[in-house]
Each structure stands twice: as C-alpha cells, then as structure tokens.
Design a protein around this ligand. Structure first.
Ligand SMILES: [Zn+2]
Ligand SMILES: [Zn+2]
Ligand SMILES: [Zn+2]
Ligand SMILES: [Zn+2]
Length: 340
C-alpha cells in the first residue's frame, strides 16, 4: 500500500529554537508534590499536577500508609514555600526553619521573626527528612515504588512510568503524557498526519528550498505492530551545509525501540541514498537525535538533484519501511523499575 503524493508544505512558523526541546518533565515537577497532599483530605485522592488523561491511580493509598503521621510532614513543611524540606535545612537563631531554596531568596532575614538568618543547619530535622520513605511521584501513573528521598530522586529521573514529552518539534509544546494520550494530542492539537501500516512513500515538496534554513517540515505518525512511530523530516544547517534529514522515533521506551528497525530511501536519476537504523525513543529529544545525525541526511545539492527540474523546487520522494527485529524477542520486555 502506498501513500502517495502527500504534499508537505512547510509552515511559516516552523523555526527551530534551541529552547524548544523540553527535557524538563522531571525538573519542573516539584519533588515534594506527593508530601503536600496532607493539605487535602488525608485519605482522599492525591493531588498531582500532571496534565494527564489516560492513566488511573493504582496505588493511591500508598502515601497514607507508607509514610509517617501528618505532624512530621507539618514539621518538614517550609513556612515560606510550603514545600517539604530536605537537607540542607536551615534555621535562624530562634529555631525557625527554612528550606534551602527559600534561604537563597530571603536576603539573610528569617521570614518568621525577621532576625538575621545566618548559616545554621538543622541537623535533627535533616535526619528526620532523610528517614522518611516516599512513593515515587509517578505512583498515580502506576509506579509502585517507595524510596528514601535521595534514591527516590534518582529513581524518578528514570522511572518507567514517568510521562513522555510531546514529540512534536515544530513549536514549543509542554504537553506530557502517556503514549495514547500523546497520540491523540498529536492528531487533535498538532493536526499531525496519522498512517496505519509499516511502509510509506512520502513526497516532500517545498517551492523555495533556499528559504529553508531551519524548519521542521513534517511529522507523520505511523501505527504498526501495535506501536506508534514518528517520522520527522526537516531542514537545518549542518556546519556550513544546508541539509535535509529524515529520521524515525519510537513512541515508547528505549529498550522497546530496539525491537524495531527502519529504512529510508531517497533518490532519482540513477542515484539513491539508503538509511537503515533503529528508531530512537521519544525519551531522546528531537534535537538530540538530530544533533547525533542518527538518520537519513541529504545534502541540499543532492536533494535538489533528486528533485529534478530547474532546482527551484524541492520534490523529495522518501520511501521507507518499519519492521520488527526477530533475533531478540525478550529485549523489549522490561519489568517496570527493575531495569533502567
Ligand atoms: Zn521554602
Ligand atoms: Zn526566626
Ligand atoms: Zn517510579
Ligand atoms: Zn504537543
């Protein structure tokens, strides 16, 4: 089955900024978000700030049963930002405590008693904070793990339940979620082309290729083998040379991505470029994949040659195929949180 004559007209706002890549799903989340839930009914549903649609809380009762009485958490609540405090915890001469983030903001004045703050640690409270075990902050997304604070931070950076960033690269998008949620988001909000099948045949057309220095032209999503794949096609400067690049990303984790391979072909007039590779996980940012040159790269001159005609118009036909690798059927089986 061929999907032919898809004209991928570039969008005018397709510029790629360095900042567009979000790897901030971990760092922008407040690490103490779980502990703050004692502001809410103690055994009620946890209050998390994820933009999330399709995952159900499986372990909502872990917090109330897994950590100590509420009073300890009140003790550990920073009076300024109300986040839970973790070492280093600071205090003033009068014993008012403060988290380290707030300490840098209060200009050496205790926010409680207005006295000079100094540089006093509160070791006893730090020990209390370290002794607490906390659920992974993605527990509402299904992660059953409970950790002491520092291992929890380490785990959360790699937790298999952490949400994915939106793989769309043409604009800033802060949406995160699981794969079904992001597929719907790409289709509905980014108007991305969706295709079913593991072969494709796309024609990328651009009337003035010399205008294109940095542009995300096209994202197409393919659905095959019960999985989703993002085919990116775009233009950028590689050193001094303007190039076009096509590559595939897998909507899922890296260890699952390794179960698949793909090929891309472009050519005309008796010449052909072929790329064969493994799709990268969308855990790797679009920018990271691009900068590692892990895809089919076509020099602009060659692309114009492939386009034929008067070299005024870019008309690239890219064909490709996705297949499942057979030799290691267990490689993609990963028990959550036991492999990283
Ligand atoms: Zn604070
Ligand atoms: Zn004070
Ligand atoms: Zn986790
Ligand atoms: Zn998005």
């Amino acid at each position: 089955m061929e999907i032919d004559n898809i004209e991928c007209v570039s969008t005018s706002d397709g510029g790629i900024e360095d900042e567009e890549i979000h790897q901030s799903s971990v760092s922008t989340h407040n690490p103490s978000v779980v502990m703050q839930q004692h502001h809410h009914p103690p055994h009620g549903p946890p209050h998390l700030h994820h933009q999330y649609a399709s995952s159900k809380p499986h372990h909502a009762n872990i917090v109330s049963s897994g950590i100590g009485p509420t009073s300890v958490h009140e003790l550990l609540e920073c009076p300024v930002c109300t986040n839970s405090m973790y070492p280093p915890i600071h205090q003033c001469h009068n014993g008012h405590t403060l988290c380290s983030t707030c300490k840098t903001r209060v200009h050496n004045r205790c926010p409680t008693c207005r006295q000079e703050l100094g540089d006093i640690r509160c070791l006893a409270l730090e020990k209390v904070a370290e002794s607490l075990e906390l659920p992974c902050k993605y527990y509402s997304l299904g992660c059953p793990e409970i950790f002491p604070y520092y291992s929890k931070l380490k785990h959360e950076a790699l937790c298999n339940f952490r949400p994915y960033n939106c793989p769309y690269a043409g604009s800033e998008c802060a949406v995160t979620g699981d794969i079904p949620y992001l597929v719907a988001h790409l289709r509905d909000d980014h108007k991305v082309d969706m295709h079913t099948g593991c072969t494709f045949n796309h024609r990328y057309v651009k009337s003035n290729p010399r205008e294109v220095e940095n542009a995300t032209w096209m994202l197409t999503v393919f659905h095959c083998f019960g999985q989703y794949f993002c085919l990116h096609f775009e233009a950028f400067q590689l050193g001094m040379a303007p190039v076009y690049m096509a590559f595939l990303r897998f909507m899922g984790d890296e260890n699952e991505a390794r179960n698949y391979s793909y090929s891309l072909e472009v050519g005309a007039n008796g010449r052909k470029l072929i790329w064969e590779g493994t799709p990268r996980s969308i855990r790797d940012s679009h920018r990271k994949v691009r900068d590692s040159h892990d895809g089919l790269i076509i020099q602009r001159n060659m692309a114009l040659f492939f386009s034929g005609g008067d070299r005024k118009e870019l008309k690239l036909r890219v064909t490709g195929r996705i297949w499942k690798e057979q030799q290691n059927p267990d490689a993609g089986v990963c028990i959550p949180n036991l492999c990283s």
